[in-house]
Design a binder for this molecule. Structure first.
Ligand code: ZN
Length: 267
């Protein structure tokens, strides 16, 4: 079997990104700088994957539905894709050895989590799966878990690494490239140190994953499950409650029973 690694890149946890303006898609020079920084993290991770023994690497950007990757700057050994409607990682299947969650952030409501949120800063307050609160790390890990593929590495701030270990266990490799100072500022490693850390961590994670002798586990919460989503405001719950099989819990909360981990993200 070919050794395939899937990199899902978000933006908030990218090395050097330390202000909200750098992740806001508005064509500003700050945002374009954020995209360039994201490409450097992605390329460092791709480099590490091949160094660690990967034979195929797919990179996908998830921030705001994707579209941040600058193809002209991408390492040409990897393949690029962007999320499709309802598919977090479009080509991910059971032929992959591991998933790397790059440039990620902590879930909504995390102290000193730089730009902490879950899916939508504007709308989502709290997301639970069988009563366990999850952020994007857990949601994406469960999606990969459907295919039996483990998350082998994460990069982002210290709060993101803590959440990854709490949700996925201590086996996951973490590259901590910054520390949140409240929600809207971060203290960062220099770019050269951060990129070296990402490359080395990815290489180690991939080496471990392909060795067969590792304790990475795919994340597979029990099914069927009850998913509950509390919004910031009741009008979002008004709209969500109109969807099929969605039950209204209270003014701001809706609930649904799911049979598959691929249904974890249907809102
Ligand atoms: Zn994002």
């Amino acid at each position: 079997m070919r050794r395939k690694i899937y990199i899902l890149a978000d933006m908030e946890g990218v090395s050097g990104i330390r202000m909200p303006e750098q992740v806001k898609r508005d064509g500003s020079s700050e945002y374009e700088q954020g995209r360039r920084l994201m490409m450097k993290d992605i390329n460092a991770a791709i480099e590490g994957c091949f160094e660690g023994g990967a034979e195929e690497v797919v990179a996908c950007d998830t921030h705001g539905g994707g579209g941040q990757i600058r193809l002209e700057e991408m390492d040409d050994r990897a393949i690029y894709e962007t999320p499709a409607a309802g598919r977090l990682m479009p080509s991910l299947d059971d032929s992959f050895t591991g998933v790397i969650l790059l440039g990620h952030h902590a879930r909504a409501g995390t102290l000193n989590g730089f730009l902490d949120h879950t899916m939508s800063s504007a709308e989502w307050f709290r997301f639970t799966f069988n009563g366990v609160e999850l952020g994007e790390i857990g949601i994406e890990a469960a999606w990969a878990g459907h295919y039996g593929v483990p998350v082998i590495m994460i990069s982002g701030d210290a709060a993101t690494a803590a959440e990854a270990r709490q949700t996925l266990g201590d086996a996951v490799e973490c590259a901590v490239v910054k520390w949140g100072l409240g929600r809207n500022r971060a203290r960062c490693l220099s770019l050269s140190r951060a990129h070296a850390l990402i490359r080395e961590t990815a290489a180690r994670a991939v080496r471990r994953a392909i060795s067969g002798d590792h304790d990475f586990r795919s994340y597979r919460p029990a099914l069927p499950a009850i998913v509950e989503l509390t919004f910031n405001r009741s009008d979002a719950a008004d709209a969500a409650s109109l969807r099929r099989a969605v039950e209204r819990v209270d003014a701001r909360t809706v609930r649904r029973r799911v049979e598959s981990l691929l249904d974890i993200y249907f809102w």
